[in-house]
Design a binder for this molecule. Structure first.
Ligand code: AMP
Ligand code: ZN
Length: 115
């Protein structure tokens, strides 16, 4: 997936403000933050979306969630709270087709979903 922007960020071929990386996951700042803290947690391996997950993805999916939890704690969000969003497909507004968790915090969020 040479043309995928998140694959390029994972491989260091495109720049991003990285905050965490291990063998399975990378975390970096969203370039258009909607809150004081807006990070993207992505698998290092290209996966289009939640629709492409299957039984073999269970450990990876759990790891991504735990990475989000740990990074949220490092950012000081454990007590104040945060939101994790995974857009999937056209109705959700997914624009980058490399699976990513939005980790959003640092301000009060009033609505369950936005436009
Ligand atoms: P989604 O609508 O869930 O697909 O979200 C994609 C997110 O990726 C958006 O919030 C974009 O601002 C963000 N994004 C796209 N390209 C980059 C990039 N090169 N670096 C950082 N964030 C990006
Ligand atoms: Zn990719």
């Amino acid at each position: 997936m040479d043309e995928c922007i998140f694959c390029q960020i994972v491989n260091g071929k495109a720049s991003a403000r990285l905050v965490y990386q291990d063998e399975q996951a990378t975390v970096f700042h969203d370039r258009h933050p909607v809150a004081p803290i807006h990070l993207l947690v992505v698998p290092n391996r290209h996966i289009d979306s939640v629709n492409a997950l299957d039984e073999t993805s269970t450990p990876l999916a759990g790891h991504l969630l735990l990475v989000a939890q740990r990074v949220a704690a490092q950012m000081g969000l454990a007590a104040s709270g945060y939101r994790i969003i995974i857009n999937t497909g056209p109705d959700s507004g997914q624009t980058v087709f490399h699976l990513h968790l939005h980790l959003i915090g640092g301000r009060r969020m009033r609505f369950l979903v936005g436009d």
